[in-house]
Design a protein around this ligand. Structure first.
Ligand SMILES: O=C(O)CCC(=O)C(=O)O
Length: 256
């Protein structure tokens, strides 16, 4: 799967590009079924809401063949190789299901944790989001600061031990302070990223993003595959394998 020149230019300029209609309805159903099965795992790889409902599973591609195969889909491999100029490996994957009334995701950069905790040297990598439901303004879309990848690492980010989700999702997340956020939004703006089920978002992993609570009854299931070029590997091995790769083997695209 190839990207047009305009799509490449949008990715470089804005920090992300949306690809519509990549997965069919039946593929979305298949991937959803696999994701829901994996979310039933009892282990520490699953993060939960206060009421115990799962809302994230890290390392999903390690736990289900169908989700492993997703990481070799041309929309993931060919596009990220083109944008990063090298072979790529999966640094981290995750399932994120926004439960109704569940948690928010504070403003952060994925690279913030990958660099500071996992020892990924450079801000080169892509967060790939596969939308399995329609993501609209009403069911807590990703919110992101266009152009914020140009800032590199936002230096004022901190791990906040007082946030309610500190024991799970926020333990390794460097939240961006309100002052920095206000400054970024004033200079760059802020956008909601919406798209139909089956669409794919390619986002520079240095873009500042987050999401608010889903107060709608509408499910919002997204699969994330975060890839880095093979010359930009985590060097600390500080976190379990479901958070940060040990396998740096290049992804090989499997024709669909
Ligand atoms: O899916 C979301 O709402 C946000 C997920 C996210 O930002 C992340 O896992 O890095």
């Amino acid at each position: 799967m190839q990207l047009s020149e305009d799509q490449v230019a949008a990715f470089r300029d804005v920090g992300w590009v949306m690809l519509d209609g990549v997965f069919s309805a039946s593929e979305c159903d298949e991937l959803s079924a696999a994701a829901l099965q994996v979310l039933e795992r009892p282990g520490p790889e699953v993060g939960r809401e206060a009421d115990g409902a799962p809302h994230v599973c890290w390392g999903m591609h390690l736990f289900h063949e169908r989700l492993g195969a997703l990481t070799r889909h041309p929309a993931i491999v060919d596009t990220s190789k083109l944008l990063l100029g090298n072979d790529v490996f999966v640094h981290q994957s995750r399932i994120n299901i926004k439960q109704t009334g569940g948690s928010i995701v504070q403003w952060h950069q994925d690279f913030g944790t990958y660099h500071r905790v996992d020892g990924v040297p450079e801000p080169r990598g892509i967060m790939i989001a596969v939308f399995l439901d329609e993501v609209a303004a009403v069911n807590a879309p990703l919110l992101a600061v266009p152009g914020s990848h140009r800032e590199g690492l936002v230096s004022t980010a901190v791990i906040d031990p007082t946030v309610p989700d500190h024991d799970s999702v926020a333990k390794y997340r460097f939240d961006i302070t309100p002052e920095t956020m206000a400054d970024l939004v004033q200079r760059y703006g802020l956008e909601a990223i919406t798209g139909g089920a089956g669409s794919v978002l390619l986002m520079d992993m240095t873009v500042v993003h987050g999401s608010s609570v889903n107060i709608s009854p509408l499910r919002r299931l997204i699969l994330y595959v975060n890839v880095c070029p093979i010359d930009n590997r985590g060097e600390t091995y500080a976190r379990p394998v479901y958070y940060a790769a040990r396998n740096f083997g290049p992804l090989v695209s499997e024709p669909v």
